[in-house]
Design a protein. Sequence first.
Length: 574
Amino acid sequence: MDAKTIDKSKLPSRYTTVGPARAPHRSYLYAMGLSSKEISQPLVGVASCWNEAAPCNIALMRQAQVVKKGVAAANGTPREFCTITVTDGIAMGHQGMKSSLVSRDVIADSVELTMRGHCYDALIGLAGCDKSLPGMMMSMVRLNVPSIFIYGGSILPGTFKGRQITVQDVFEAVGQHSVGDMSDEDLAEIEQVACPSAGSCGAQFTANTMATVAEAIGLALPYSCGAPAPYELRDRFCYASGEKIMELIANNIRPRDIVTRKALENAAAVVAASGGSTNAALHLPAIAHECGIEFDLFDVAEIFKKTPYVADLKPGGKYVAKDMFEAGGIPLLMKALFDGGYLHGDCMTVTGRTIAENMEFIPWNDEQDVVRPTSNPLTKTGGVVGLKGNLAPEGAIVKVAGMENQQFTGPARCFDSEEECFEAVTNRDYKEGEVIVIRYEGPKGGPGMREMLSTTAALYGQGVGDKVALITDGRFSGATRGFCIGHVGPEAAVGGPIGLLKDGDIIEIDAVAGTIDVKLSDAELAARREDWKARETDYASGVLWKYAQTVGTAQKGAVTHPGGAKEKQCYADI
């Protein structure tokens, strides 16, 4: 069977396009200019996260038009729609950041509702900003119709005084400026040159980390997630994805055939090998949850622990996404891991071939130093590490890529919101050697589990990034560097140990051993828990209130519904 002879009798669109009873439904399609031939073909949802909020998304609508041409060329009928995004770079450092993680699940939900309501047969999803990538992939495995993911591409690097920069440098410049190490004129210049094009943040922050995941997990075409947004080459990947979706429909290759336990392990491996964002430890369990697969923070951490760090990417290294693409792209990174025995080769991908079969077409490039072979890694263990101890019984996560010292002990300095902490950091109201604690910023407590980039970047800009540690039940940006531990669970809002800390408590962190503890006895922690009282938040209505009622722990991905394990009927099988 090929795309020209696909039988619609088992496809969802039969409910809107087939038989006399669907004449009213078809009249709507004719009203939009479709022909009877187009109506009789499979209907392919082309979901885009386009908006004018940030450069991450601005090129997505144009790319979606090319996707539609590819679908039509292969005898499918594309139906374009948009969903929301919240852009972390603009939401960062204020209450708007509480919308960010919430948007991931709203994206997944809105794509599901559009697909269900209009009975589309397949899905091509285009995403740019951090949470839109996992949100789109979550919808794909939840619906389980043939699907292909497309990343909008990374931004080009900026140049400041002859050196290559990213938005991370601007956040750190704020810290430099606060202590008089950067002039008003230089701060004004750096903000104007850091982001010179369309595309998502250029280093191995969350967007590029999850784009790397998309290829490694098998939902995106090889090389498609590495090409920068301004490159016209992106059109070839978009067109090819449109054509390929029709093959997936014809061969009934679905996301859950692709996203297996082994594929999730492959995804975790590329995160570790690239020094990727700690947010992957939140999003991979969430994607697994949609499939009904148990794969939590500790499972991710196990892969991190045994995977070498081989891609020299910012923020811990030298290069940006554009550099890795030109050296050989995400397939080159996967080639290094596959040849070293760190990837499962028998996982299916949207190419219709397995990882191992795809790797047969990937040459190694000896003329580059962005990606090393696993026999000569930057470090023997991954760039991201999981932690556990009496301060984090449900785990925590830290990015160690580029860090020399991976152990830290010091007294706690506690803040009950990011704003409190940022004000103290701005005023240099802290001491070197302290462990700064930001709590009540978890999934429920925020609500929304904010990232702390403004605070961590300010510390680095002030020159103390390696002289203090910072722990939070919230999250960190993929751009964060330094001794910063996130996802501490249970969170403070539910009485977790982080909420029981007092100033001066001694905290011990050992990223080599994978531990995080406070030097308090079980009896003392129990006594403090008896005295602890839950805090009320300012969000007693609206979407943030709704999110707080349903969201689960960071350990399991901060998910908001029971997931694939509890479903009684999958959309693809209606």
